[in-house]
Design a protein around this ligand. Structure first.
Ligand code: GDD
Ligand code: MG
Length: 361
């Protein structure tokens, strides 16, 4: 039987604000389609036929778009938590909708990860090692925002340290990459009816009771899209073909321009830039490695680099954006300069020439 999967797309969902004021992050388009589409398409390509979406907020936005999944060759089910149950609670709750037997491998994915993970390889690692749970691990320079997962020479997990607080806790650069294979019967040991963190509670408890957790480390493409900057990077990498996904519309290359967008003949779009449906790019504008969502306008001579321009937002003439996030419906007037980390809230209005980082000419 094809393995079943659970996709975690709930929680507080606050980290992409302001862009999630109108849209929960799994539905924000990355390379032209809701981000979740890439994960679903990759799971399908790996032989998964049935996916349970475990959600806790605005669940009603998923179903009208993905329906029963049949357009992607999947059978999709939606399970909504009344209150967020945490990662472990969500897995347990969603598992009641699985039909797998007690020894079957069940795939679990964090819903905010863009990765080239070889899913069949993770399943076969699980099967050959005889583990109860197998985890995809990746290496990062700064592991503090993640779950640290040291392993012994055979790959067996020796500890799980979520978001280490002190330098002494940073014992490895291997982190939990947010994709697991669980033996079905192990999911059934997670407590029901209360929030449970799989990272802070389930994994440490399983380890202390001697359960076999196996790590599979690899160096494939991997990115947590939990911040707008990461989201822009991921979208550009999908367009450029660095991040593999069968769901990117059109050919890989320097840019993706959705039908009905309008781009001036002398505008330059590079670095995996995406221009959404109905968006307008004015004369002489340069847009590099950025995402311009549906209906947004980038006026003439603007220079937009590594930035996210929300749906229906406007970037004024000659304005320079670098590493900035412009919320849905916001308007940045002409001749502004916004640099790394700047976030303009949804629907906010910034008058002409009022923010600069450089001195007056
Ligand atoms: N249904 C549901 N209910 N889903 C949830 C809940 C919940 O209560 N809480 C979180 N999730 C989902 C999120 O939507 C996300 O897809 C995933 O679970 C992980 O939650 P995040 O809030 O994004 O966690 P994180 O990024 O800080 O850390 C996690 O991911 C890291 C890798 O990116 C942990 O799993 C770390 O150990 C890991 O290294
Ligand atoms: Mg995350």
């Amino acid at each position: 039987m094809a393995p079943e999967a659970i996709l975690l797309v709930g929680g507080k969902g606050t980290r992409l604000r302001p862009l999630t004021v109108h849209t929960p992050k799994p539905m924000v388009p990355a390379a032209g389609v809701p981000f979740l589409t890439h994960q679903l398409a990759r799971a399908r390509a790996a032989g998964v036929e049935r996916v349970v979406l475990a959600t806790s907020y605005l669940a009603e936005v998923f179903e009208p778009y993905f329906g029963d999944g049949s357009s992607m060759g999947l059978r999709l089910e939606y399970v909504t938590e009344r209150e967020p149950l945490g990662t472990g609670g969500a897995i347990r709750n969603a598992a009641s909708h699985l039909s797998s037997g007690p020894d079957a491998p069940v795939l679990i994915f964090n819903g905010d990860i863009l990765t080239g993970l070889d899913i069949p390889a993770l399943i076969s690692t699980h099967e050959t090692s005889g583990a109860d749970v197998s985890l995809h691990l990746t290496r990062v320079d700064d592991p503090r925002a993640y779950g640290l997962v040291p392993t012994d020479p055979s790959g067996r997990v020796t500890a799980f340290l979520e978001k280490p607080q002190t330098p002494a806790e940073i014992v490895t650069d291997q982190i939990n990459a947010g994709a697991y294979v669980f033996r079905r019967s192990v999911i059934d040991t997670i407590p029901v009816g209360r929030p449970v963190s799989v990272e802070r509670e389930t994994f440490p408890e399983l380890l202390s009771s001697g359960v076999h957790l196996q790590g599979m480390v690899d160096s494939t493409y991997w990115l947590d899209l939990g911040t707008p900057q990461a989201f822009v990077r991921g979208s550009a990498d999908l367009v450029l073909g660095r991040a593999p996904s069968p769901a990117v519309p059109g050919r890989r290359g320097d840019r993706l321009i959705l039908p009905s967008a309008s781009v001036a003949a002398d505008a330059k779009l590079t670095g995996g830039t995406v221009v959404g449906a109905g968006a307008v790019i004015g004369a002489g504008a340069r847009v590099v490695g950025s995402t311009v969502l549906d209906g947004a306008v980038v006026e003439e001579g603007a220079v937009v680099t590594d930035s996210l321009v929300g749906a229906g937002a406007r970037v004024g003439a000659r304005t320079v954006l670098s590493g900035a996030v412009i919320g849905d419906g916001a308007a940045v007037g002409p001749d502004n300069e916004l640099r790394a980390g700047a976030r303009i809230w949804c629907d906010a209005v910034l008058p002409a020439g009022c923010v600069r980082f450089s001195s007056d000419q």
